[in-house]
Write a protein of this length. Sequence first.
Length: 95
Amino acid sequence: MDGHGFNRVARRLPLAAALTVAPLMLTGCSGWLSLWGILVPAWMVSLVLGIAGAWVSLHLLKRSFLRDVLPPPALTFTCLMIIYSTLLWLIFFRD
């Protein structure tokens, strides 16, 4: 194998390791909800509600007088989503 093939494999190794380890880390999550007979992890519900809350908040902020001073929408949305989903999980689903 020449040097170019090795470099290509070495660059993809962190992605392959992350994709392998991520499902193993998610198996330790506690807190399940039964929605229409389907067991759903509580963190997933918090994430979906956090995304919805961030979307509503971002649109309200865009319509307000703060529109000119907001950082880029992608950064604002991501930060709001993290804040809302974490707070929802801590308030409602923490054991």
